[in-house]
Design a protein around this ligand. Structure first.
Ligand SMILES: *[C@@H]1O[C@H](CO)[C@@H](O)[C@H](O)[C@H]1NC(C)=O
Ligand SMILES: *[C@@H]1O[C@H](CO)[C@@H](O)[C@H](O)[C@H]1NC(C)=O
Ligand SMILES: *[C@@H]1O[C@H](CO)[C@@H](O)[C@H](O)[C@H]1NC(C)=O
Length: 289
């Protein structure tokens, strides 16, 4: 961990036969750690102090970050406290190196740092963790992982805690994230959240350079989106016979026992009344049994 007060910025002298002026470097290298409210949204900026990271507030839920040879930073706007809200976002995210675009938040009791990763750069941040299954939400499948952080920075100071991850298999920049689907899928996989602290649309860089310019807003919570909430408790190796459990992503009626609950092209309920479980008979038909 690098402390900014020890950061020494050296002006570069250009080697030349002619005298070159030496410009003093006055630019602040890293935006200071801060949290607050801007444009009606909660915002948070955190970094380990390394490299050059500039965070800029925009109007409403907008903000931008430019980073060059960053250490680690997490920036964004959203809400405090977080909740199982539906989140809408748009913008740009340019991270050829290691960086993540995610819905990001913390809970306490238990202390958890969570990520719903929409896009990432050179490294899938969930891949270092343990795979816990998948969840289908908002038009794509996300891989669920859990990892443990030992004596790392947290909202309660240096602590040991778990990170929960949903990582979108097909990256995107812009759309709607039904967080309830992820929270429910994590709970079904034994990953329990505590009391919500903050929740932001986060742009994060790790030992990389890049830029992002993003806008977050609360979307309309219409319940399941595009098959939202369908979870597999293990990786779907046999797609024709996988058992599914349902997570009502914001409500909606479940199919009665013996009713249809899935299958290619099916647009009805994807969950089953309690006491029955949705099972795929074939590619075209799943039934509550
Ligand atoms: C963002 O806005 C807040 C509130 O207006 C302010 O306190 C904070 O310093 C701003 N952050 C930056 C990096 O300009
Ligand atoms: C922000 O806080 C962390 C501890 O969480 C600290 O190590 C770091 O130096 C701080 N960053 C800046 C820019 O002061
Ligand atoms: C999401 O945001 C886009 C623009 O960023 C807007 O066109 C769209 O109507 C919003 N959707 C919802 C559900 O708020």
């Amino acid at each position: 961990m690098v402390n900014t007060s020890n950061l020494i910025l050296a002006a570069t002298v250009i080697g030349s036969a002619f005298a070159s002026p030496i410009y003093p470097v006055e630019k602040r290298a890293v935006t200071p750690n801060s949290t607050g409210t801007n444009g009606g949204y909660y915002y948070s900026f955190w970094s380990d102090g390394a490299g050059n990271v500039q965070y800029t507030n925009g109007s409403g839920g907008s903000y931008s970050v430019q980073w060059t040879n960053a250490g680690n930073f997490v920036a964004g706007k959203g809400w405090k406290p977080g909740s199982a809200r539906t989140i809408n976002y748009s913008g740009t995210f340019n991270s050829p190196g290691n960086g993540y675009l995610s819905i990001y938040g913390w809970t306490t009791n238990p202390l958890v740092e969570y990520y719903i990763v929409e896009s990432y750069g050179s490294y899938n941040p969930g891949s270092g963790g343990q795979k816990k299954g998948t969840v289908v939400s908002d038009g794509a499948t996300y891989d669920i992982y859990v990892s443990t952080r030992t004596n790392q920075p947290s909202i309660l100071g240096t602590s040991t805690f778990q990170q929960y991850w949903s990582v979108r298999q097909s990256k995107r920049i812009g759309g709607t994230v039904t967080t309830a689907n992820h929270f429910n899928a994590w709970a079904a996989a034994g990953l329990k959240l505590g009391s919500h602290d903050y929740q932001i649309l986060a742009c994060e860089g790790y030992q990389s350079s890049g830029s992002c310019s993003l806008t977050v807003s609360e979307g309309s919570s219409s319940g399941n989106n595009n098959g939202g909430g369908q979870t597999t408790t293990r990786p779907p190796t046999q797609t024709t016979s996988r058992a599914t459990t349902q997570n009502g992503g914001g409500g909606g009626n479940c199919a009665a026992k013996w009713g249809q609950c899935g299958g290619q092209g099916w647009t009805g309920a994807t969950c089953c009344a309690s006491g029955s479980t949705c099972r795929a008979s074939n590619q075209w038909y799943s039934q509550c049994l």
